[in-house]
Write a protein that binds this ligand. Structure first.
Ligand SMILES: Nc1ncnc2c1ncn2[C@@H]1O[C@H](COP(=O)(O)OP(=O)(O)O)[C@@H](O)[C@H]1O
Ligand SMILES: [Mg+2]
Length: 257
C-alpha cells in the first residue's frame, strides 16, 4: 500500500512538473530572482572585459609613440564584448515579452484555471501552512487566452503566498472568490498578509517595481498587460479585515457553436 501511494505521489509530482514546463513562461517569470542573478552574472563578465580592453587601449594610445594597431585590436575586442552584453539584454527582453493574445481568445472556465493553479502551487501553499479556499460557482466562463489567464492567476496566487511569508503563520489565509458583477466575471484573490503600504499601492503595476527580496517586479506589470489585452483589468486594494485583495475582471465567455 505504501509503495502504491509512493507511486501515485511520484506520478502526481511528474504531472505537476510537466504542467509547470508547459507553462514555461510562468515558470520563468516566477524564478525571476534566479533569472536576475543569472543576467547579472552574464552581464558582469562582458562588461568587465569591455572595461579592461578600453583601459588597455587608453594606455596604448598615450604611449609615446602611440601603439595604434594594438589599441585598435583592444577596441574591437571591447566592441565584441559590448555586443555580447547587448545579446544578454535582448534575451531577457524576449523572456518577459508578452505573448500576443489576440486571436487565441476563447471561452475558458475560470474555475478550472484557478483549480489548476492551486494544484500547481500546492507545494508553496503547504510551505505557507495554508489550504486555500475557493468560493463561488462551480463554473464561470470568461473570454480569454487560456495561457495568458493561467499566467495571471498563477502570479496573483504566488504573490499572495509570498506576501504571507512576512506574517505569523497563524494569521495566514487565502480566499479565492469567483463571481459576476453585471456583465463582468470577477476573480478576487484575498490574502491575510501584510497588505499594501500606501506608498507602494500606486506603483504596484510598474515594471521592475518590487519590494520583495530577489523580486524583479515584472509579475504584476505582465499580468496587467495580459488582462488588458483580453479586454479585462486588474485592481489592487487593502481589505478592511487586513491583507491585500487583487481583483481580476474579464468579459464573460462567448458561447461557441
Ligand atoms: N499579495 C500581495 N500583498 C502585498 N504586496 C504585494 C502583493 N502582491 C504584490 N505585492 C507588491 O507588489 C510588488 C510587485 O509584485 P510583482 O510585480 O509580482 O513583482 P515581484 O513579485 O517580483 O516583487 C511586490 O514586490 C510587492 O511589494
Ligand atoms: Mg510576483
Amino acid at each position: 500500500l505504501a509503495a502504491l501511494r509512493h507511486l501515485q505521489r511520484q506520478r502526481s509530482e511528474r504531472r505537476r512538473a510537466e504542467e509547470l514546463l508547459r507553462l514555461g513562461q510562468v515558470g520563468r517569470l516566477n524564478t525571476l530572482g534566479e533569472l536576475a542573478a543569472g543576467v547579472a552574472h552574464e552581464l558582469n563578465q562582458p562588461l568587465t572585459a569591455v572595461l579592461a580592453s578600453t583601459q588597455a587601449a587608453q594606455r596604448l594610445l598615450s604611449d609615446d609613440p602611440p601603439e595604434i594597431a594594438t589599441a585598435r585590436g583592444a577596441m574591437s575586442q571591447a566592441a565584441e564584448q559590448a555586443r555580447r552584453a547587448a545579446d544578454v539584454v535582448g534575451r531577457l527582453r524576449r523572456v518577459v515579452e508578452r505573448p500576443d493574445s489576440a486571436g487565441q481568445q476563447q471561452a475558458v472556465d475560470l474555475v478550472d484555471v484557478v483549480r489548476r493553479a492551486l494544484y500547481l502551487l500546492e507545494p508553496e501553499s503547504q510551505r505557507c501552512g495554508i489550504t486555500p479556499r475557493l468560493e463561488g460557482p462551480q463554473r464561470l466562463h470568461v473570454q480569454a487566452d487560456p495561457v495568458a489567464l493561467d499566467q495571471i492567476v498563477h502570479n496573483l496566487i504566488l504573490n499572495a503566498l509570498q506576501a504571507m511569508e512576512q506574517v505569523d503563520a497563524s494569521q495566514r489565509q487565502l480566499v479565492l472568490t469567483l463571481g459576476t458583477q453585471g456583465d463582468t466575471a470577477e476573480l478576487s484573490v484575498a490574502d491575510r498578509g501584510p497588505g499594501i503600504a500606501p506608498d507602494v499601492l500606486p506603483r504596484l503595476f510598474e515594471p521592475f517595481f518590487s519590494t520583495r527580496e530577489g523580486g524583479l517586479g515584472l509579475g504584476l506589470s505582465l499580468c496587467e498587460s495580459l488582462a488588458q489585452g483580453m479586454g479585462g483589468s486588474i485592481t489592487a486594494a487593502n481589505a478592511p479585515e487586513g491583507g491585500a485583495v487583487f481583483r481580476l475582471r474579464l468579459p464573460p465567455g462567448k458561447a461557441t457553436t
